[in-house]
Ligand binder design. Structure first.
Ligand code: FAD
Length: 372
């Protein structure tokens, strides 16, 4: 189901700046150990050729996530791995130097364990946070989690999102935390019947949720004209009025935002859409411009883990050795992927984190098995 069933395997350009959570230097180190070109080659060798699309996103040529899964399963099979998908791990405990793994179908002993249980996103897939509890019992702390890449709910008292449902356009979102601008994200915003979605809203969700989790005063605003300041827009309106004095305010606004949005915004601001630009009162124009650069979005929450593509928070990176992904608090335990306190923005970054961190652990385990 990843990437709208097409699987956005990775991104042409992945840097530590595309992630939030743990320390950037640790993320960078793990990414460098198995960078994007290696991911591309890895999948090509498994028969999955990747093709680049908009924003550097890489998808399988076939557009089928299933082909990625099948290739990984074939490779696991060829390597002699014994997959027991029908075993739910209930607990992992230390048994001397070894581990005792209690599953829904009996117990196993192991010299080493890799916890790759994901986070809490989409619990019905089995990623329901059980791994966090196992890690905690083995001595790890857990940075509090929130959904990430989740659609945001807007207050029902504000009906703008309902009126614009289905409309998508570019915005710059600004998160104000305790009065200061804390994060800015530019990209496409999709209005929906419940609130906002689309890349900009999804990327912003973790910032809003984490600010709220920490009980800060968090407010979100949207600029409908990304890259333009209040003064730029004022100048735009003045020159528009000079060029087309008889044009209506609504048609003027439609040069800046989608037509359907123009009508709804003017209604909300109680500005007469039919007023000719030559007669648009200065005060009203300034009120409109202010609204265009900082439209308040009354966020009341997110759609939660059932709709989140990633989990923010998790096992702190400081508790693992980034050269091996081995736990610093429980030797022999390795942690990879989303269970760690790392979450990437939308565009293939979360899979790249999973591939890179898994590769680091696998290499360390192979060395260990060969006594090197
Ligand atoms: C709908 C959706 C679409 C996504 N699309 C993309 C995309 O296109 N590109 C991208 O980069 N990222 C995408 N992501 C994010 C990406 O899928 C994850 O970040 C990535 O899969 C994390 O890998 P992981 O191996 O750490 O965890 P997961 O992929 O979550 O795998 C964890 C596995 O562990 C199993 N498990 C958990 N607990 C137990 C237990 N106690 N016993 C046994 N098994 C257990 C789970 O069943 C699951 O199979 C998407 C996420 C979602 C929810």
């Amino acid at each position: 189901m990843s990437g709208g069933s097409r699987c956005n395997v990775t991104n042409a350009s992945v840097t530590d700046g595309d992630f939030w959570g743990g320390k950037r230097s640790i993320i960078r180190r793990v990414l460098r150990a198995f960078p994007v070109p290696d991911t591309i080659t890895f999948f090509e060798e498994l028969g999955v050729r990747l093709r680049e699309e908009a924003d550097g996103k890489l998808f399988p040529d076939s557009h089928r996530a299933r082909d990625v899964l099948d290739a990984l399963l074939r490779a696991a099979d060829a390597s002699g791995a014994d997959l027991r998908a029908d075993h739910r791990v209930l607990d992992i405990s230390r048994a001397g130097e070894r581990f005792r793994i209690t599953t829904s179908r009996g117990e196993h002993d192991a010299d080493a364990v890799v916890l790759a249980t994901g986070g809490l996103s989409l619990p019905k897939t089995g990623s329901d946070g059980a791994g966090f509890e196992i890690a905690r019992r083995l001595g790890h702390s857990i940075t509090p989690t929130t959904p990430g890449l989740a659609p945001l709910l807007l207050s029902k008292d504000d009906d703008l999102h309902g009126q614009l449902s289905g409309v998508s356009h570019d915005v710059e979102l600004t998160l104000w935390v305790d009065g200061g601008a804390a994060s800015r994200i530019r990209g496409a915003l999709l209005w929906t019947h419940f609130g906002i979605s689309g890349p900009a809203a999804l990327d912003m969700s973790r910032h809003w949720l984490r600010a709220t989790l920490e009980e800060h005063d968090a407010r979100l605003t949207a600029s409908f004209c990304p890259g333009l300041t209040f003064d730029d827009l004022e100048r735009r309106w003045t020159s528009l009025a000079a060029e087309r004095p008889k044009a209506s305010v609504q048609s003027g606004l439609a040069t800046l935002v989608p037509t359907s949005a123009a009508a709804a915004l003017l209604r909300r601001l109680h500005i007469d859409a039919a007023t000719a630009l030559a007669h648009f009162p200065r005060e009203e124009r300034r009120r409109l411009v202010q609204a265009l650069v900082a439209w308040p979005l009354p966020v009341v929450g997110s759609r939660g883990y059932n709709y989140a593509e990633v989990t923010a928070g998790g096992v702190p990176l400081t508790e693992i050795d980034p050269a091996t992904m081995e736990s610093r608090v429980c030797p022999g335990l390795f942690l990879v992927g989303e269970i760690l306190d790392v979450d990437g923005r939308i565009g293939g970054f979360n899979f790249q984190w999973a591939w890179s961190s898994a590769r680091v652990a696998a290499t360390a385990l192979a060395r260990r098995a060969h006594g090197r």
